[in-house]
Design a protein around this ligand. Structure first.
Ligand code: AGP
Length: 585
């Protein structure tokens, strides 16, 4: 997804913006640009490619002026090239704008712009906005009013930063795409995400849906639907160091290794208030996407088994087709970023029907937290890599604590608190997983199988592999193989069986046997000697308490995906076609 940074203060804006944009690298982009204003003159440089290459070619960080904006673009409308890159300007070079999101009524705006005699130079929906602003300005001669009138015409999702050459102000607007405000001393910032600004400030506030704001170097004025609103900044505990690689080759590996600490922080929280809130409901309905959805599946298993509370888990983008309006049902929305459009949309729909919302996110102050009636957190720190690793295990831990809070099983809560120690031990398997990745080089199809809690673990393992190696990976409940997928098995196809000891082990042995009979290669992760004896490649795991299965067993799978990606010379931090924060539906 696109990245935005805006600055207004005393420093040279382009240098600040260039540095901050570097921290949004993880969002993925194909072109970038910066614009500044000095002495009522606009300076703008942009191009397709990586930031540092653009810098080498045209020194974008050296543009003059103490107010400006920057953008990293992830192409949606129009190919990645210089003309389509942001910022965009009007034909008189008076207004300038960066945009994140998708404008749905762009055809109508294009007609409006063209009938005013303006021919857009790019293929983007974003450029149209700046021409509409100019058009409005020619009528009202007031920059703020022109921006306001234009925003009222926009349909779709947007985070916008706009400036006019004769004003020491940045105009901001948000609808569907996040925009965070950073408070400095005598300087103000805005960005798509907190990590971009952490080395400048720890004080943040988020713009909310339909906010229109004016940023000066002294502060911010926010309006929502015409009314002025106050939003106090919150202090974020994350440090700038947390958003750096600190000697690791990739953020993915750093974040895999940060799991013991992330789990410790997450398990330390007291969920008393959250448990009391959730107890009021007869059923729980989880909405989430991707990895967060897998974490939700682990909760379903625990809360139904231990607290006897019925639980449904729906992929957020499917919620509207499956919704039940039942005031006895609590919506539990899980999202690392708290900004995922599909999850937010499901939550808003449920809220609209009078349902109560509990949110689990990793980002204090995110949109999802603000939509929710009650929120709790994973304390995993910033996750920069596009693939979720430490936030998955932290989500599972936080959710397990909630499940045992609801079942009243204090002992089980204590078991969850042991997660950091188990994960620390399992991280010693890094060398083993690297060697395993070497053995698996050249394989193109992978099947992950598991039962009960090991099934969402297998799903998460398959997701990691496909996200960063681009290899075909699928997960099945092990018992489902014989109902179709067995036909896909051939000699040497890797089957990764997540098979801890306990109630599922003997059935897993049977399922492994089915695969062996088709000459597949079995990799089994288990602490059960009988399971391990069945495997071509046994991966010995320590015995773990049942609720820790997803947390402990996913780690070798994360490492396997990571090492395979590295061996394949792929960048695991920035998988193709994917973005960290998916802010479009
Ligand atoms: C995880 O590795 C993925 N990048 C993706 O599936 C992610 O979990 C999904 O987009 C949901 O994100 P969220 O947790 O921020 O809502």
């Amino acid at each position: 997804m696109c990245g935005i940074v805006g600055y207004i203060g005393e420093k040279q804006a382009a240098a600040v913006i260039y540095e901050c944009l570097g921290y949004l690298d993880y969002r993925g982009y194909d072109s970038a640009g910066i614009a500044t204003v000095e002495n009522e003159k606009l300076h703008l440089k942009k191009d397709a490619g990586r930031l540092h290459d653009i810098e080498k070619k045209m020194s974008i960080s050296k543009l003059p002026g103490t107010m400006g904006m920057g953008h990293t673009r992830w192409a949606t409308h129009g190919v990645p090239n210089m003309v389509n890159a942001h910022p965009h300007t009007d034909s008189k070079n008076e207004f300038c704008l960066v945009h994140n999101g998708v404008i749905e009524n762009f055809r109508k705006l294009k007609e409006e712009v063209e009938s005013a005699g303006i021919t857009p130079v790019s293929d983007t929906d974003s450029e149209l906005i700046v021409h509409v602003i100019q058009n409005e300005y020619s009528k009202c001669k007031n920059a703020e009013e022109a921006v306001r009138r234009t925003i009222a015409k926009l349909q779709g999702s947007f985070a916008l930063v706009i400036m006019h050459i004769s004003e020491r102000k940045l105009f901001l607007a948000r609808n569907g795409s996040p925009l965070v405000i950073g408070f400095g001393n005598g300087e103000m910032f805005c960005a798509s995400d907190v990590p971009a600004l952490l080395h400048h400030t720890k004080r943040f506030t988020y713009l909310e849906e339909n906010d229109f704001a004016v940023l000066t170097k002294e502060g911010i004025r926010i309006e929502n639907k015409g009314k002025q609103v106050e939003r106090k900044p919150v202090e974020i505990k994350w440090t700038a160091e947390m958003a750096r690689k600190e000697g690791y080759k990739h953020f993915t590996l750093k974040e895999i290794n940060e799991q013991p600490e992330a789990l410790r922080e997450t398990c330390e929280q007291d969920l008393g208030g959250v448990v009391a809130f959730a107890k009021k409901f007869r059923r729980i309905h989880i909405v989430a996407c991707g990895t967060s959805y897998h974490a939700g599946l682990t909760f379903k298993y625990l809360v139904q088994k231990h607290a006897k509370i019925p639980c449904e888990v729906t992929v957020a983008s499917e919620y509207s087709y499956a919704e039940i309006v039942d005031k006895d049902e609590l919506i539990l929305a899980i999202s690392q970023s708290g900004e995922t459009a599909d999850t937010l949309s499901a939550v808003r729909r449920a809220k609209g029907k009078g349902m109560k919302i509990l949110a689990l996110t990793n980002v204090v102050g995110s949109s999802l937290n603000r939509e929710a009636d009650m929120a709790f957190y994973t304390h995993a720190g910033p996750e920069i890599s596009v693939v979720a690793t430490k936030t998955f295990t932290s989500q599972v831990a936080a959710l397990a604590m909630l499940a045992f809070g609801l079942s009243g099983e204090k002992k089980m809560e204590e078991e969850v608190r042991k997660a950091p120690e188990f994960v620390k031990k399992i991280l010693e398997k890094q060398g083993e997983m690297e060697k395993l990745a070497e053995k698996l080089m050249g394989k193109e199809d992978f099947f992950f199988i598991g039962r009960a809690l090991a099934y969402p673990t297998a799903m998460e393992g398959a997701l990691k592999l496909k996200e960063i190696t681009y290899l075909h990976a699928e997960a099945y409940p092990a018992g489902e193989l014989k109902h179709g997928p067995l036909s896909l098995l051939e000699k040497g196809v890797p089957i990764i069986a997540v098979a801890p000891s306990g109630e599922t082990a003997s059935k897993m042995i049977g399922n492994i046997g089915e695969c062996k009979a088709r000459s597949a290669t079995i990799l089994a992760l288990s602490d059960d000697d009988e399971v391990l004896a069945e495997a071509d490649i046994p991966i010995k795991m320590p015995p773990v308490p049942e609720p820790l299965v997803p947390i402990v067993y996913v780690v070798p799978l994360q490492l396997l995906a990571y090492h395979l990606a590295v061996l394949m010379k792929l960048d695991p931090d920035k998988p193709r076609n994917l973005a960290k924060s998916v802010t479009v539906e």
